[in-house]
Ligand binder design. Sequence first.
Ligand code: SAM
Length: 399
Amino acid sequence: MTTDPTSPAQPFEIFLVAAPGLEAVLCAEARDRGFTNPTMVKGGVTVTGGWPEVWRANLELRGATRVLARIASFRALHLAQLDKRARRVPWAEILRADVPVRVEASCKASRIYHAGAAAQRIERAIAEELGAPIVKGASKPTGKTAKGAAEDPGEEDTRAVQIKARIDDDLCTISVDSSGESLHKRGHKEAVNKAPMRETLAALFLRQCGYDGREPVPVVDPMCGSGTFVIEAAEIAAGLKPGRSRSFAFEQLANFDPALWRSLRGSGTSTPPAVRFYGSDRDAGAITMSRANAERAGVSAWTEFSHHAISDLTPPDGPPGLVIVNPPYGARIGEGKSLIPLYHAMGHTLKTRFAGWRVAIITNEAALAKATELPFGEDEVSVSNGGIKVTLYRTGVLG
Ligand SMILES: C[S@@+](CC[C@H](N)C(=O)[O-])C[C@H]1O[C@@H](n2cnc3c(N)ncnc32)[C@H](O)[C@@H]1O
C-alpha cells in the first residue's frame, strides 16, 4: 500500500471523475480551488489530500461527476492473493458494519481476468473482516444480499456505499465512492424537461468559455429548458457551493466527522452578483420549471426567465456578456436536417443583435453549427452528454 487513507494526517490519492473530453477543464477548476497536485489523467483528475479534501471536493467542485478516495493499492497475481490482501485493508477504519456495501470490479491486462470473481473475493473480505452487509448487482436493487443484510432491499440499495476495485496490469486499486449519487444532482432541481444538460457539464462548458464568475458578465440562454446554464452561472457568480443542498456517501463512512463537515460546508452565504442571468424558451412549461429550479437553488433574485421564441430575443440592458445555448438536436447524426432553419435563424438573431457578446453553442452535428453562420473558432471540445456526443462551438466577441 503506497499511502494510508485511514490515517487522518497522511495524504492519499483522490480521483475526480470527469466527463471524457473535459479532464483539462476539471483539472483547471481543481487547481483554482486550491487542491494539491491536480494531474489530468484519462477519465478524470487526480489530486492528493486527506478526507477533509475528499469532502471539500464533493462540496465545491462543479465539474466533477464523482469523487473516489483511493484507499488501497497492492499487487494481486491470483485470486488467493487478492483474497489475502483484501483482508488486510483496514476496512473498519473506513466502512461501517451497519452500512451496506456494494463492490464493483474491473480487470484489464491482468492475470486475474474475471471481474465477478475478483468482486466476490473483496465482498467476502469485507463481510468476514467487518461484518457489513453486501449488496449484489450493478446498480438497481436486486434483493439478493449476503447474510446480515437489511430487510428492505430497495432502501438498502440507496444507502449502499460503493467500493470500486480496478485491477490493471496486476495492480489492484481499491477506491470508495465518496459521492453516492452523481454530483450533477445538486439537490435543488426537481423539475427537468426533455434533454436537460447535466449541471457538471454545464459548469465545465461555462468554464471552457472563460466564465468563472470573477468578471461581472451577464449570461443569456435563449433556449434554457430547465434553466441549467442560467442557474449554474448565477450560482458561480454568487459564490454558492454546488454541493450545499445535498447529502453524500461519505456521510455514511466510519471516519465521518459531522462537526468538521458542518464547519467546511459553512453557512451557505452568497455574494449578490453585480449582473443578472437570463433564460428564455418558447415552451411556457420550461419557464415555469426554470423559475421553480432557480427558487430552490436560491438564485431567483439574480435570474430572469421569460417566455418567448429566440426570434424575439434582444440583449438585456447593461454590459455585453456570454450567450450559451444548447438547442434541440437529432439523436443520431443526420437526423438534425430539419433543424437547419432553426439554427440558421438563431445565428441570424445573434449576429444582428448581439454585437459585443460572445456565443457558445452545444450541438451534436457540425452541419447544425455551420448553419448558424457564426464565426466559431477551431478549438472545439467534444464530450458525451447522456450517450450523445456533443461539441462546444465558441465565437470570440461578435463585431
Ligand atoms: C435541448 S433543450 C435545452 C435544455 C437545457 N439546456 C436544459 O438544461 O434543460 C432545447 C430547448 O430549446 C427550446 N426551443 C426549441 N426551439 C426554440 C425556439 N425557436 N425558441 C426558443 N426556444 C426553443 C425547447 O423548448 C427546449 O427547451
